[in-house]
Write a protein that binds this ligand. Structure first.
Ligand code: WTA
Length: 566
């Protein structure tokens, strides 16, 4: 049972100053996330405590104390300054889950840079769409990913430094440097950048329905939300060994795979390897993981393997389980109770919210299938999708609205204030998801309110996929939608009309799939391509994804009066 009181108790008279007090923060003070996650823990007597246990697929293991973290992040911060990088510069992390990813993230924050993490499986086009508009100055990467950067760097004039953490001196090209953390002299003391609450910290790109991905900009004050929600919802306690499955290319992997837990002085374990049931269980058994933050797609894969596999491992260290990213179906909650004797606690939030906003709080009765209730300090409601006024009616489905003002809320979309402003209506931040509230105040997710595709917990924008498809010689027009999938909830399906002279068939389908995979990422690759003569369009020429999606899901098609060829 949780040691932090009931949901009701916490809700009463809640004020974010509670988190500020725990972090010894007063308004106007310097607040630097990099310092909080490392130096402050040392000052609190945790210098020799293990902060970070890292393991890769081959079974190599490393551990770092909080003092190691302090010194190594100093070393990276000071290296970046020597390179000529300045506070406010966007510095990208394009790395697998190697130790340098975690340490550089904090090192960047310590020197005042804006950390821009990107998923290392992204192809050159995805990378270009995120580095170009952000005017990124430097990128940390590995030898195995450098070719993708070489392809696009000529059109990235701002990108001055390509920092290869395992580089080969013989093979360096223009603008490339090697940064080998192991052999770099340690920097004991570093003047941490005196960032204040509104100093930018992290730039996370996220996909929406229209246009290219948008960069949600966060600030150092986000710590106030991330610290407290990690402590209360993940129920982190001093002796915990915590494991977050998410890659820091996505917001879960930074807010709760770096910032929240380390600001709490917790030991984190990281597994740099893809999903594999037995390897995951072995990891939990070996490191005696106590708190585990995972995602529905992973849970469904574990369910597939069944209880027999569970029984081969000693998972008795597990104490608390949470999930995020997609709807957590009731069946998965029941299964986890059977498999681990613990229920997965669903949490709902977004890149833009920076921290959990609707959660199943420990100690609160779980209603399997519900996302829970708003976190203390978060005022949420369900808005009428047409008027954007609160519905205030039990069970009515509308769009989720949040009252702006919690500490970790994004501050803008990078160079896209207009789209940022459009997210606020009638004084509410509109999340883009549909849900309802039951008589007990629990939220029930109903679906996205736009065409964004959620595959295995990762948002993919249809526009990005369609743009990539159009670059293929054979494609005249295309539409991308999510189609139902047992494990990933949705996978990408593309409808393609070919140019004259091209013949539809399995060879071309495969070629186009691979084309998208290489340019964007394995997540964005269509799992199926349906060749069509033409696509349904509105009179104004917009492709009606909604219609294609409804057909795919067997849902009512709705109003199609604006369809061009009706
Ligand atoms: C979806 C991930 C249902 C939702 C932290 C949201 C969820 C989008 C849940 C944000 C949940 C996240 N139940 N859907 N518990 N959590 N989502 O920005 O559509 O990568 O808007 O942030 O994921 O995805 P993002």
């Amino acid at each position: 049972m949780s040691n932090i009181g009931s949901y009701g108790e916490r809700l009463n008279d809640f004020d974010w100053s509670l988190s500020e007090q725990e972090l010894d923060y007063n308004k106007g003070d310097v607040i630097n996330i990099g310092w909080y996650c490392t130096d402050r823990n040392c000052e609190q007597g945790l210098a020799e405590k293990t902060a970070f246990i890292w393991e890769n697929a081959a079974g190599d293991e490393r551990t770092y104390t909080f003092d190691d973290m302090r010194v190594l992040t100093n070393t990276i911060a000071s290296y970046l300054k020597e390179l000529g990088l300045e506070p406010g510069d966007r510095i990208c992390l394009f790395l697998d889950r190697v130790p340098e990813l975690y340490l550089s993230f904090l090192g960047i924050l310590k020197m005042g840079g804006i950390a821009q993490p990107l998923f290392s499986a992204f192809g050159d086009e995805s990378l270009h769409q995120r580095l170009g508009p952000a005017g990124t100055s430097a990128i940390f990467t590995q030898r195995k990913h450098v070719a993708k950067i070489r392809k696009i760097r000529d059109s990235l004039p701002d990108l001055k430094h390509i920092i290869v953490v395992d580089g080969d001196p013989e093979k360096l090209r223009e603008r490339e440097v090697i940064f080998d953390l192991d052999s770099t002299p340690r920097v004991e003391e570093f003047d941490v950048h005196p960032s204040t609450a509104e100093t930018p910290s992290v730039l996370h790109y996220t996909s929406g329905t229209t246009g290219q991905p948008k960069g949600a900009l966060h600030v150092h004050y986000s710590l106030i939300s991330q610290y407290l929600s990690a402590r209360w919802v993940l129920d982190l306690q001093p002796d915990d060994i915590y494991w977050c499955n998410a890659d820091p290319g996505w917001v879960t992997g930074t807010s709760y795979g770096i910032i929240g837990p380390w600001a709490n002085g917790i030991t984190q374990a990281v597994l740099d390897s893809g999903f594999q049931t037995e390897r995951w269980y072995k990891f939990i058994e070996k490191h005696r993981i106590t708190v585990w933050y995972s995602a529905p797609t992973a849970i469904r894969l574990l369910m597939r393997e069944g209880l027999d596999t569970v029984s081969k491992f000693d998972l008795s260290s597990l104490r608390h389980l949470c999930s995020v990213g997609e709807p957590l179906n009731a069946e998965a909650v029941h299964w986890s109770m059977e498999a681990y004797g613990l229920a997965f606690h669903d949490t709902y939030w977004q890149t833009e919210t920076g921290s959990m906003v609707i959660t199943n709080y420990p100690g609160m009765p779980i209603k399997a299938g519900s996302m829970g209730k708003p976190f203390p300090g978060i005022e949420a409601t369900i808005l009428d999708p047409d008027t954007f006024e609160p519905l205030n009616e039990t069970g009515s489905v509308g769009v989720i609205g949040l009252k702006p003002g919690w500490p970790s809320m994004f501050r803008t979309y990078w160079n896209n204030q207009e789209v940022y402003d459009s997210k606020f209506i009638n004084g509410w931040y509109v999340c883009g998801d549909r849900a309802s509230i039951d008589a007990d105040g629990y939220y029930w997710f109903q679906g996205r309110d736009d065409d964004t595709i959620n595959t295995g917990g990762h948002l993919v924008g249809p526009f990005e996929i369609e743009s990539a498809l159009l670059e293929h010689d054979s494609v005249a027009e295309s539409a991308a939608i999510g189609k139902p999938d047992e494990v990933n909830m949705e996978v990408v399906k593309a409808f393609v009309a070919l140019k004259p002279g091209f013949e539809a068939g399995p060879d071309l389908e495969l070629e186009i799939m691979n084309f998208v995979r290489k340019r964007l990422s394995p997540l964005a690759m269509p799992q199926e391509i349906e060749f069509v003569d033409s696509l349904p369009k509105t009179r104004s020429g917009k492709i009606m994804r909604r219609l294609l999606r409804a057909q795919e899901w067997g849902e009512p098609i709705g109003d199609i009066s604006s369809l061009e060829n009706d």
